[in-house]
Structure formats: C-alpha cells, structure tokens
Design a protein around this ligand. Sequence first.
Ligand code: 5AD
Ligand code: SF4
Length: 434
Amino acid sequence: MKKVYIETYGCQMNVADTEVVFSILGAHGYVRTESIDEADVIMANTCSIRDNAEQRILGRIGQFVLQRKSRPVIIGILGCMAERMKEQLLSDGRVDLVAGPDAYRRLPQLLEAASEGHPQIDVILSREETYADINPVRIDKGGVSAFISIMRGCNNVCSYCVVPYTRGVERSRDARTIVREACDCFERGYREVTLLGQNVDSYNFEGVSFAKLLEMVAGVSPQLRVRFSTSNPQDISDEVLETMAAHPNICRHIHLPVQSGSDRILEKMRRRYSAAWYLERVAKIRELMPDCAITTDVIAGFCSETEEDHQLTLDLFEKVGFDAAFMFAYSERPGTLAARKYPDDVPQDVKVRRLNEIIALQNRLSLESNRRDVGKEFEVLVEGPSKRSADELCGRTGSNKMCVWADTAHKPGDYVRVRVLDCTQATLLCELVG
Ligand code: 5AD
Ligand code: SF4
C-alpha cells in the first residue's frame, strides 16, 4: 500500500477536491497519511488566487524535495496552480506530476507512470466533470461539519480573477447525488453541510434551481444545518432568500463578496452590480431575516483606484456593518482581463495602507456586531473543546460566530443553548442555558 500525503491550500472547494482525490486514490490501493515523513506520494492541492499564495507553495516544494534524501518520493501539484502554470512546474525536475482540477480520475494512472520515472501532466479542463459519483473521504477531524461541492467552474469573468481560467466553465452536479451525499453525512453523524460553488445562485441541474436544491438538502433532517458559499450580489434571488427564511435549519449567514464600494471600480472589475444594488440586496436580506449575518470579500488597490474610490468602500462597509470580512490587496494575475487591459498602478504601499484602513474599520464593525449579541441566546452546534481549556467547549451560531462556554457534559455534534455574557472581536463568551 502506498502512502499519500496531501497539503491543501486556498478555498473550501479545494478541501472538497482533496477529499475526492483521497477517495479516487483509496480505490486504487493508496492510503492517506498525515505524516509527510512516511509518505510515498507528496502532493499539494494549490491555489492561484493571489501571487503570495503561489509563492508560498513554490517555497514549500523545496521542502518536499528534501524528503527524497531518505527514500524515493513522487511529488505532485494539483489544483489551480497546476492549471495556471502547467509544464512550467515540471521544468526543474522537482515535480513529477501536474494535474488540474478536472484530471483527478486519472491520478492513479498518472502516479503509476510517474513512479516509472516519466513526469506526467494532465491539465485538460472538462465541460462535464463534477465527480458526482465519488464518495469523498472526509479529511476534517471533527466529524461534525462537511463540505459538499454542488458545482464546478465559473462563467463570470471578473477582470481580476484567475478562477475561470483554472477551473473552467460552470457545470452543476446532479441534485440527487448531492442530496444522497448530505443524507450519508447525516447518517454518519455530521450535523452541518456547506454547499460549495463559485457562484451557487447559478446552480441549475435539469431545472432544479439553487433555491430548490437548498430546500431538498434542508429536508434531509431538521437536525442538519445547511450553509452555502459563495453568492454573487448580482445573482442572489428573492427565491433563495425566501427559502432560507422558511427553513430554520438553513443558517442565517450569507457570504456576499462586494469587492469595492465604488461603481467605477466595480465596472472595471466586471462585477455586474452597483453599490446601490448591493445595498438593496442587503436591505432585502434584513427585511426577510433580521438576524442574518452578512460577510464579504473586498479588494484594496485595484487598477486605477483613487482615494475617493477607496473612501466609497469604507463608506459601504460602514453602511452595511458587516459581521466579518476577508480583505485583500489587489494582486495582478497573469492572463486575466485586468492584467491585459489595465496597468497595476496603485503603489504597493498605498494598497497596504488602504487595506489596513479597511481592516481597522472591519475590526471595529466585528466587535460592534458581537456586542449586539451580548445578552442574547443562541442555539450552537458543538464542534469540540475550546483552544483555551479542556473544560470549555466551542461551537458556532447559525450566523457563524464562534462561541465558547464552560461545559464538560456535551460532545461534538450536540446542539446546546447558550447565552452570551461577553465578547471579543472574534468570539462570543457564553454560558449554558437550561
Ligand atoms: N487579487 C486580490 N484578491 C483577489 N480575489 C480574487 N482575485 C484576486 C486578486 N487578483 C479575492 C476576491 C475573492 C476572494 C476569494 O479573493 O475578494 O472574492
Ligand atoms: Fe480556490 Fe480560487 Fe484558490 Fe482556485 S484560485 S484554490 S478556486 S481560491
């Protein structure tokens, strides 16, 4: 039996893909190891979203190669960097195998050929592949929350984004296989599933819309929480919001990446909405679900961004009062529309300063959001012991806020009721109720 070690970088979709890879390899006599020192095959499932993500992984390959001193090891690059850099990754002889996101079914053959000393590459993107029939081998340790991939690829061409090039065209997975996977998770003790896609609102499988799919998965059990990511502001429909509102087990949390608060920048980014449209969607969400958390992604210093544009982003953050945000400095990606059309002309120090201003503002907004929860009660899904103490448990609210409370009686996968006594910017400090 050959032992396979995989490091996963980037988004939740990559975690789901690594689970598919372990399943495919498991059916061909490979076993998973979490120790790099005993692996016969070492792979990185990679991310190309920003240059620093790629640089980190390229540095890591150097450490993988050191393992060859003690034994023969196959080194493989999977995922988005495989797709973006292709043969380049094979050029210095350190990597034996390069496989893009749609090539995982062929990994057993590729690994066999690579082990005979022939470097292998498969970066062909598919219009159909969804790995619908593959039963993923879960890699998270908790056994409470699972990712379920519902679609692959992306048909939006946001001008900054490399994903359409690395993951290909959009395709939706057979709804029946998604519901089956959710049932299977529930039967094995999972109590939360997150439905994943680059743009979940454009899910469509033989007439089953995303709203319908949400309803089907929510119907698996009232004890199964359903989350989803990611929604695009131009596509999130009232039907989806109404479906959420009608099902208490669909978590009150929407991740709605805004990217910028300036209409001029949004247009250059090729986002198909305005700041006013975004604010209208936020108002609709809050009208239907006043307790719904809204989180976002934002990019500081996109091509031609002025101080006025940046101020509009800060203003929008203030108006929405996001519960949390992922915040990035713009990183030009080769081959994207922005790289071809617009100069990357905001100086690095200006990007960093603007990013830091957004982070400082969001830190305050996150704290304010948590303070509003002090005194309230929530149903929390237990994840496990808290980081601080063995006598404390941690788990999340439906709005995805981390709670800790003193408790030695419950176990991961239980639902408990807590009251919030105090908070930090990152955590709700609670007590058990009842
Ligand atoms: N530079 C910086 N951030 C980016 N993102 C996507 N592409 C880039 C880029 N070229 C961010 C967006 C997206 C998140 C996943 O990563 O905010 O929503
Ligand atoms: Fe995920 Fe995008 Fe990174 Fe690919 S480039 S791993 S799709 S975040």
